[in-house]
Design a protein around this ligand. Structure first.
Ligand code: HEM
Length: 412
């Protein structure tokens, strides 16, 4: 194993063209103690180089501002609350889940997965990235300075099309040449990755009517206390959506969500799935879906998105300038596997790079304000709607609540 200090020495050299000197973070990584093999280091460095090429190409297509390398188009950033369930099992009571009943303010960024800003009707992966505010506990990644937050980053498919960082870098090589399929299938040299091709087709083939409708998944595992888990957010029982959307509108997903939230709230159950011994639940193969039969998702928190307006120009800029990162986290929480290690380096570097290119400061929010002005009213865009239907609180059909209440019961 090689220390993170050495990674960053070499990384700083190879990425010098990509990264302005101020964001080469060698000294800050010195103390982190994240072990990487020489092969992982080489793969991460190479991924960064391909990322640079993709980013430059995408910037030419998208125009200003300089956007995220992935999930470039936001369909909306909304204010939300995240409340820990009162009956959360004790072995999950770590990190932000340590206090049953605790409620956090949150921002949620919904996005389309592509590096290009495209019409919403184009099939694509869909992202949901949640940022909990004012969390308590030691930050797991000290290089991510600013207010304490915890991010949960998900897309609407349960598996990723690359198993690990080595698949990822091999795939990126072709993506950087805009050959999206070439790593999965090639005549010469002969190559075929049918299962990964199938997952990729599912991932980028998603069509939705509103960002509030899909179930979203972490795809990658995390360590929570002594338990390895994956997480997921699923629309609450009782959520209703229109089955029609005007797909000729370039931004119809934003329109659909704005229409829904103009009069009604939205709600997701946030759930954890734990790794069980004796099952095929690998920690460094992101193509493997963990069986829900062997380990069902257990609801541990409820996300409430109150009725609101979220499409103002200042809010869209705020959304563009947010930085989500799986390593924004506190306490007994750790992203697992080689892709997670790569994400620690990549997300931070890309975020710093785009902020610098756009000439804006990168800050972590502490509340629902769009800026730090003292007269900010956090609630100004929240609608006072009296007839929001009460959504029942249900439990996963395969999970028995720890208080012994009926497994299938819905608490009104
Ligand atoms: C496999 C699980 C993954 C999931 C669920 C995921 C999901 C997402 C989502 C939803 C976003 C948008 C975040 C936002 O709204 O700000 C995002 C951004 C991004 N992702 Fe991933 N991703 C995954 C893996 C990776 C990997 C392995 C890499 C590269 C090593 C990567 C690189 C990026 C980058 C560079 C951004 C833009 C970051 C920024 O500029 O703030 N992702 N990802």
């Amino acid at each position: 194993m090689i220390s993170i200090k050495r990674v960053f020495k070499t990384f700083a050299v190879t990425s010098a063209l990509f990264m302005p000197p101020s964001i080469v973070l060698a000294e800050t990584f010195d103390t982190l103690g994240m072990d990487l093999s020489a092969e992982e280091i080489a793969a991460i460095q190479q991924s960064m180089e391909y990322g640079r090429q993709i980013s430059q190409w995408a910037e030419k297509q998208n125009g200003a501002p300089f956007r995220r390398d992935a999930h470039a188009k936001a369909t909306g950033c909304v204010r939300a609350t995240f409340s820990i369930n009162g009956d959360i099992p004790s072995h999950f009571q770590n990190s932000v889940f340590s206090q049953p009943g605790k409620q956090y303010q949150a921002w949620i960024r919904f996005s389309n997965g592509d590096m290009l800003v495209q019409p919403d009707a184009k099939p694509d992966a869909r992202g949901m990235a949640i940022k909990l505010l004012n969390v308590e506990g030691g930050q797991i990644a000290p290089e991510l300075t600013g207010a304490k937050t915890q991010d949960f980053i998900m897309t609407n498919t349960p598996a990723f099309f690359n198993r690990n960082i080595f698949d990822y870098v091999a795939d990126m090589k072709y993506l950087a040449e805009q050959k999206r399929l070439a790593w999965f299938v090639s005549l010469w040299p002969p190559r075929l990755h049918p299962r990964r091709l199938y997952i990729a087709a599912q991932t980028v083939g998603s069509k939705i009517n509103t960002p509030l409708e899909p179930q979203y998944y972490s795809m990658l595992p995390y360590q929570l206390g002594t338990t390895a888990i994956k997480f997921s957010a699923r629309p609450c029982p009782g959520m209703r959506f229109k089955d029609y959307a005007n797909k000729s509108d370039h931004d119809f997903l934003t329109e659909a969500m704005a229409e829904h939230l103009s009069a009604e709230s939205a709600c997701f159950d946030f759930m954890l799935q734990e790794k069980k011994p004796g099952t095929h639940m690998p920690l460094d193969d992101a193509t493997a879906v963990w069986s829900e039969k062997e380990s069902p998702f257990v609801p541990v928190a409820r996300i409430h998105i109150p009725p609101q307006t979220f499409t103002s120009e200042p809010q869209q800029s705020f959304c563009e300038n947010l930085s989500m990162n799986p390593w924004h986290a506190v306490g007994e929480w750790q992203p697992l596997g080689s892709l997670s290690k790569a994400r620690r380096l990549v997300y931070h570097a890309v975020s710093q790079f785009r902020h610098q290119q756009n000439g804006v400061a990168s800050t972590e929010p502490e509340n629902w304000c769009l800026d730090e002005s003292p007269d900010c009213n956090q609630y100004i865009d929240i609608h006072q709607v009296t007839n929001t239907p009460h959504l029942s609180r249900c439990f996963d059909s395969l999970n028995t609540p720890v208080d012994g209440s009926a497994a299938l019961g819905c608490v009104q």
